[in-house]
Write a protein that binds this ligand. Structure first.
Ligand code: PHE
Ligand code: ZN
Ligand code: ZN
Ligand code: ZN
Length: 282
């Protein structure tokens, strides 16, 4: 797997920030900054040879959009899927939540093409709308699939908040989550171990888009660097940063800008996304 160049991921975050700046400061569902974000990500994927599709839905009286991108080739009966939500809250630009996950899976998708990776399995990427209104876009996507199409998705990996400024290194626990996959969790943990980074398992329950896939019986996993939770002194000892402060003090606030991202956490998570995808899809 390639070592992802964090500068490329940061360049994508700068694009999301510019889009928010040009659109009343946010990229929220039903606002122009959201569709501009979809169109920009789509253009990057189209240029890299992905087959893209924009799926529309209605929520709260406004049109929402999911972007689905398929990488040509691989076994169509064995699909590995990566996803994250592209919408922000209306209070701010949503750069850590969830520009980070969105930009990281975009860069990994672009590196699939750039490295000439020829996976055995079929790769699909999803950017979800209206997560902040209750996992609306991802649920709409899963419900739009036939049971046959659902059964072809052998893994769904979710990335929501991967660059928190006072980061923790959390991997979604497989126990206690109906379709949490022990194999996926172990691969994500192994990716951090290879970087010399300790992890903790966390039960994220229904707090992000993996839950829509889990409810359909699809194996899921993911990583997370923390939101409103407070870093303990034990966590600060192993991860650095500031004990007694939130992992992300700008969570759901106007200050969730490009200044609200740990480049180290962003890079480590992007590298783990790549190593896990390569190991799962090879
Ligand atoms: N989904 C939450 C949000 O967008 C953040 C979150 C991600 C919480 C992952 C827990 C785990 O606000
Ligand atoms: Zn890297
Ligand atoms: Zn959020
Ligand atoms: Zn989020």
């Amino acid at each position: 797997a390639p070592n992802i160049n964090v500068a490329n991921v940061q360049a994508h975050l700068n694009q999301f920030q510019s889009i928010a700046n040009a659109n009343s400061g946010n990229r929220a569902h039903g606002r122009p900054g959201y569709l501009a974000s979809i169109n920009w990500v789509k253009s990057k994927l189209d240029a890299a040879g992905y087959t893209t599709r924009v799926q529309s839905f209605t929520s709260n009286g406004a049109t929402g959009y999911n972007l689905i991108a398929d990488y040509p080739g691989g076994d169509a009966n064995n699909v590995v899927m990566l996803g994250g939500h592209l919408d922000s809250v209306s209070a701010g630009p949503g750069i850590n939540d969830n520009g980070t996950g969105s930009a990281s899976i975009l860069e990994v998708a672009l590196q699939v093409k750039a490295t000439g990776f020829q996976p055995t399995k079929h790769l699909r990427f999803g950017w979800w709308g209206a997560e902040e209104l209750g996992l609306v876009g991802s649920t709409y996507y899963v419900n739009s699939l036939s049971s046959t199409e659902k059964s072809k998705i052998k893994a769904y990996l979710n990335f929501d908040m991967t660059g928190s400024p006072n980061p923790g290194y959390f991997v979604y626990s497989s126990s206690g989550q109906p379709t949490g996959s022990a194999a996926l969790t172990q691969r994500l943990q192994a990716g951090f171990t290879a970087l010399g980074v300790q992890t903790e398992l966390t039960n994220v329950g229904g707090r992000s888009d993996h839950a829509a896939f889990a409810r359909a019986g699809i194996p899921t996993g993911g990583t997370f660097t923390g939101a409103e939770g407070i870093k303990t002194s034990a966590q600060a000892s192993k991860w650095g940063g500031t004990a007694g402060q939130a992992f992300d003090r700008c969570y759901h606030r106007s200050c969730d800008t490009t200044a609200n991202v740990s480049a180290t956490a962003l890079d480590r998570n992007a590298d783990v996304i790549a190593s896990t995808l390569w190991a799962t899809a090879a």
